[in-house]
Write a protein that binds this ligand. Sequence first.
Ligand SMILES: Cc1ncc(COP(=O)(O)O)c(C=O)c1O
Length: 394
Amino acid sequence: MSVSLKIKEYMEQSSWIRKMFEQGIELKSKLGAENVFDFSLGNPNLEPPEKVKEAILKVLADRRLGKHAYMPNAGLKETRQAVANSLSKEHRIRISWEQIIMTCGAGGGLNVALKTLLDEKDEVIVLAPYFVEYFFYINNHNGFRQLIHTNEDFTLNLKAVEGAVNQKTKAIIINSPNNPSGVVYDKKSIDSLGKILLKAKETYSQPVYLLSDEPYSKLVYDGLKVPSVLMAYPYSLLITSYSKDLSLPGERIGYIAVNPEMENWQQVVDGLTFCNRILGFVNAPALMQRILPHLQGVTVDVSQYQRKRDLLCQGLSDAGYSFIKPQGAFYLFPKSPIPDDVLFVQTLLQENILAVPGMGFGTPGHFRLAYCVEDRVIEGSLEGFRRAIRKYSS
Ligand SMILES: Cc1ncc(COP(=O)(O)O)c(C=O)c1O
């Protein structure tokens, strides 16, 4: 076997995800996909808005040559300008096109940011429950993760952040709306986080960069708005994508916005641009960049996800499950009725329900349901959820 020992070990660590995936495929081929209730993947079930197709056709109809050519590593000026204009309005901050770097999704953006910022053995604070890829991303760039936990209700644990920051801390990654909890950090806690990080800059004479991973920022419910990290803290980078709000995850398009208040923003932008190149991304996909100026302010119909959230929450609550009602994204993270979340996920599997154990997100005792699925999947699963919890009620 010529795969590196490290990668072998990582593949084993995340093998339960593969196992779930394989069990799902097996179950679907045995029972028919329509009889399996698959909540395992965050793959949006809504098609992209019609305007996406219109924008693609418009770009293709333009007869000018060079549409698909290489471009500056940070992306097309007109695309960066369109993104900067939207962000300036949303965040009430003057952000210039030069402070936007187009990336291959938020995942690509996170790798570019970590590559740019981390020296060997620098620490990056991560809050559980977390998006599992963060650890692999940090390790890709020779950093160390420093794991802390959110509060019981999955809100920002500011005391834990304050206690974790030290001389070696180079960055902190936050994710709101959160995968897997659906929690949105409120303005007060984002502002307080900014203050804690500013204090740390004074103490250690170097900034802790705030990497705000926000691919779900447009998927929020009940009229909520995601508070601005750019307004709260000068050393912040907003990293996001159109994977979820335009349902384009396979097209790999996103961006990093560098806070214009950052003292050394030009140096950071130059670093990000260079790392986009040397990580082999070179630049974000050209066709996707060209459609974006036509699509600012366009999102999928968020009310459909809100309806699915309500349907699932009502059904699970009636069945006796307890959970924090998600404010955004399309995940629900209920408490497992038994401490062993892996065993409970196996119990759900007997009901043809696919879920992911909380241990995969650093928070055992819970399980994750991705409700970006057809309504019939939610409706059809509820009887199984009821039977599964009954097996453990005394
Ligand atoms: C929290 C979080 N961050 C980043 C990503 C990566 O998204 P992208 O498709 O934009 O790379 C995901 C994808 O599911 C996610 O859930």
